[in-house]
Write a protein that binds this ligand. Structure first.
Ligand SMILES: NC(=O)c1ccc[n+]([C@@H]2O[C@H](COP(=O)([O-])OP(=O)(O)OC[C@H]3O[C@@H](n4cnc5c(N)ncnc54)[C@H](OP(=O)(O)O)[C@@H]3O)[C@@H](O)[C@H]2O)c1
Length: 300
């Protein structure tokens, strides 16, 4: 059985990956919080700080995995405009360190990147389209991609976007935020001018699993199969969860006065992915059905 190290195992994606890979691979989980937050039976959890080079080196040498999935990241887009160094150390330096040490055991590296590498002027982006990141977080994601592409490792760079799903003790994602607010009859303001492909988290894990099984390497856009603006996505969430959509107010991105600029239409063309794996990530309705079923299982 192949050994796979999953960095960021306590995050929304990390948890989903641990569950997806656990049956077919020997999974070793690594996260900042260690075992304290999550545990899947039979999976060893290690407390590893991505910005600690010595810790990463010792851990990876000891494990010498066949595959590394890096789902750990500094993900606070606005925070990265202030915490520039922490963002860079987590999202870029850590990747450099992994690659440096990995040359001794030559694993496949799977790294998660973002639609934010694009400026959002075009939409329906393919893997061939030129990038133009707008803020520090976005630049850090682009820099890591470039370092991986220039390395000698076999790799998958999985660009994804608007992740939603259930995670144990994770921060709210867009869908769980909408559900949480509307369930309490609280108003929400949602932008109409940000367009993308909402991605159900377990579909991202499934896509990565299938790419690895088929030894399909390189750069992939992995996202839900439907392009929709954020306001309409919120309305679909309200509909699926029988919540009051009149609580959703339309705004535009400029109203939010966020520190980091956002790409407006960073939607993906996912044809390369679907052709290679013979499978399609869910559209919004199907993804929300899966989320509803998962939430009802986990809430009792
Ligand atoms: N969420 C989205 O909509 C979205 C969109 C595009 C791309 N992405 C990318 O997808 C990936 C996964 O995102 P996500 O939503 O699952 O993020 P998340 O829930 O915020 O999880 C990120 C994980 O990174 C870990 N981490 C952060 N700093 C660390 C450090 N110094 N050392 C060790 N671990 C550290 C955290 O560990 P602890 O929990 O242990 O603190 C956390 O579990 C990231 O690369 C992100 O950039 C996400």
């Amino acid at each position: 059985m192949k050994k796979i190290v999953i960095f960021g195992s306590n995050g929304l994606l990390g948890q989903s990956l641990v569950n997806r890979f656990n049956t077919d691979y020997q999974v070793v989980a690594a996260s900042l919080g260690g075992t304290s937050l999550n545990s899947v039976e039979g999976v060893p959890y290690h407390q590893i700080d991505m910005v600690n080079r010595v810790q990463i080196n010792e851990f990876l040498i000891a494990e010498s995995p066949d595959i590394i999935i890096n789902a750990a990241a500094y993900t606070n887009v606005d925070g990265s405009e202030k915490d520039k160094e922490l963002c860079w150390n987590t999202n870029v330096r850590a990747v450099e360190n992994i690659i440096d040490i990995a040359t001794t055991f030559n694993p496949i590296l799977v790294h998660i990147s973002s639609d934010y590498v694009f400026d959002g002027q075009q939409g329906s982006y393919t893997e061939q389209d030129p990038v133009n990141p707008l803020g520090n977080y976005a630049r850090s994601k682009m820099a890591a991609e470039n370092i991986i592409a220039a390395s000698n490792l076999e790799y998958i760079i999985a660009r994804t976007q608007v992740l939603y799903g259930f995670g144990n003790k994770v921060k709210l994602n867009f869908a769980t935020w909408v559900i949480s607010r509307l369930s309490k009859k609280q108003n929400i303001k949602v932008v109409t001018d940000q367009i993308g492909n909402p991605t159900y988290i377990d579909d991202l894990s499934e896509s990565i699993f299938r790419l690895l099984e088929r030894e399909e390497f390189g750069l992939f856009h992995i996202a839900g199969s439907q392009i929709i603006n954020r306001y309409n996505f919120a309305k679909k969430i309200a509909g699926r969860f029988d919540l009051d959509e009149s609580l959703i107010e339309k705004i535009v991105t400029a109203d939010l006065k966020q520190l980091a600029p956002r790409p407006m239409d960073s939607s993906f063309n996912i044809d390369k992915l679907t052709n290679r794996i013979d499978w399609q990530p869910s559209d919004v309705e199907t993804g929300l059905k899966k989320l509803k079923s998962k939430l009802s299982k986990n809430n009792g």
